[in-house]
Design a protein around this ligand. Structure first.
Ligand code: SF4
Ligand code: SF4
Length: 451
């Protein structure tokens, strides 16, 4: 039951703000990245044109603005598939609709996640003019990027992505990088990070681990990639992973490798989402990454048909909340099933997690990847637990130090001076503090290698 007639302004239990990832082309993409199991979601809508209709676009923007009536800012987030395949006119219309339906004083932030390959100067001018924040997917230097990020013909995409990024830079568009961590780049944390920082000039970086689940039945097919005909629909099932997936301990090693570079040179100038989230937790505040939040359920996914799902990672029949053409967005968000979905993240933690000393920062990770067993055999542990334990353990001291600086009214960047003086006392042949087992002079004590 809504409190107001007409547009839904608020409902009992409704959040002030929530996040919707809208997929105007569904799972359709012009590339065929081998690890992208989202490509298989095409099978949910057989016969569809995979284009969000103009009428639905208006319904969506109107409902989103109304549902955020109490929030000072609303984010309109487009992703895919590849959202730029909708063409510029779709986004021009979207901005018009936002202007039409925004409440007085309500700020609107547009974001778009793209592989960058279709961007040209017309796009650049539009994105800049309308203040879009653009996330661009790059997996590191050419060789590492091209291992899995290929087009429909299996051709590398690196040059096309860099051309797209150049468009953004030329037009002064606000951009950040999303880099996935997988078997190919998993042992190259520092090299990937310094490439993004030094070669691309990235100052906002999101790292996302690739974990492709499979069962004994689906594994042989999944190994070939998710985009081809006859592939199974990816659902969160099975306790096997493909060969492209990052190893259970590899993601942690990657992040520590990056951290040891970042903590010496880049605190305060380069934003790495995982480090920021960890610092927030150590400082007693909520962080920005849903996977390490205590509960979830306020990040839903909207398909091109208006179907709303519990989360972008649960676009599968069992997690369909309803269709916004039939029932307003806000009514779907407050459904008991969505509440239970979000609370289950906390309520299903293993005893091993409950007793873990870094649980306050880790929170057991995203439920989608909790298919491992604890050392005493309890099912439901996160596949990346060894990585999480390693990473949060490794950063405990510096995170506490940065939190202490914040409490003292000083910038966390002051920590870099302590690292510099400790490094000055370190012998060239001493073991590197990143715990790689290599000597300092051959690890983080060496200048970053040019890619
Ligand atoms: S299910 Fe996972 S990805 Fe989705 S909101 Fe929860 S933690 Fe985040
Ligand atoms: S580090 Fe492992 S045991 Fe600790 S909370 Fe995270 S997943 Fe659970």
């Amino acid at each position: 039951m809504t409190i107001t007639d007409g547009p839904v302004l608020t409902m009992p239990g409704a959040p002030v703000a929530f996040h919707v990832m809208a997929k105007p082309t569904g799972a359709i993409c012009n590339l065929d990245c081998e690890y992208c199991f989202f490509l298989s979601k095409e099978m949910l809508y057989p016969g569809s044109r995979f284009r969000m209709a103009a009428e639905l676009q208006e319904t969506y923007i109107r409902q989103l603005m109304a549902a955020h009536a109490r929030a000072p800012e609303v984010t309109v987030a487009w992703q895919g598939g590849e959202p730029t395949m909708m063409g510029l006119d779709f986004f021009r219309r979207s901005v018009e609709l936002e202007r039409e339906h925004a409440r007085p004083g309500q700020r609107v932030l547009n974001t778009i996640q793209t592989n960058g390959t279709l961007l040209d100067d017309e796009w650049g001018a539009f994105l800049a003019e309308n203040g879009f924040l653009v996330g661009i997917s790059i997996d590191g230097p050419r060789e590492l990027h091209d291992t899995y990020r290929v087009d429909k013909g299996g051709k590398p995409t690196f040059d096309r992505v860099i051309r797209g990024l150049d468009v953004l830079k030329r037009h002064g568009v606000d951009w950040n990088v999303l880099t996935t961590i997988h078997a190919a780049n998993g042992e190259h944390g520092r090299a990937v990070y310094t490439f993004l920082r030094d070669e691309l000039g990235a100052t906002f970086i999101q790292f996302i681990p690739i974990v492709e689940r499979a069962t004994e039945q689906t594994l042989p097919i999944a190994e070939a990639g998710w985009g081809g005909p006859g592939r199974p629909l990816y659902i969160q099932d099975g306790n096997l992973v493909t060969h492209r997936s990052v190893g259970p301990g590899q993601y942690g090693r990657f992040m520590i490798d990056v951290f040891e570079e970042w903590v010496r040179r880049d605190i305060g100038t380069v934003y790495v989402q995982m480090f920021d989230t960890a610092l927030a937790s150590f400082h007693g505040e909520p962080g920005g990454m849903c996977v390490h939040a205590e509960t979830c359920g306020q990040q839903v996914a909207l398909e091109h048909t208006g179907d709303l799902y519990s989360c972008d990672h649960y676009v599968e029949p069992g997690y369909l909340l309803g269709n916004i053409g039939e029932r307003p967005l806000l009514e779907l968000i407050v459904l008991p099933q969505q509440h239970e979905f979000g609370q289950a993240k906390r309520d299903t933690l293993t005893r091993y997690c409950l007793d873990c000393e870094v649980r306050f920062a880790c929170n057991g990770g995203c439920p989608k990847d909790r298919f491992a067993a604890t050392p005493d055999g309890e099912p439901g542990l996160h596949y990346l637990c060894p990585s999480y334990k390693d990473f949060f353990g490794h950063v405990t001291e510096p995170m506490r130090a940065m939190s202490g600086l914040l409490r003292a009214g000083r910038p966390p960047a002051d920590l870099m001076a302590s690292y510099a003086s400790a490094d000055a006392r370190r012998g060239r042949n001493d073991p590197c503090p990143c715990a790689s087992g290599r000597k300092w002079k051959r690890c983080h004590g060496a200048a970053p290698q040019a890619s």
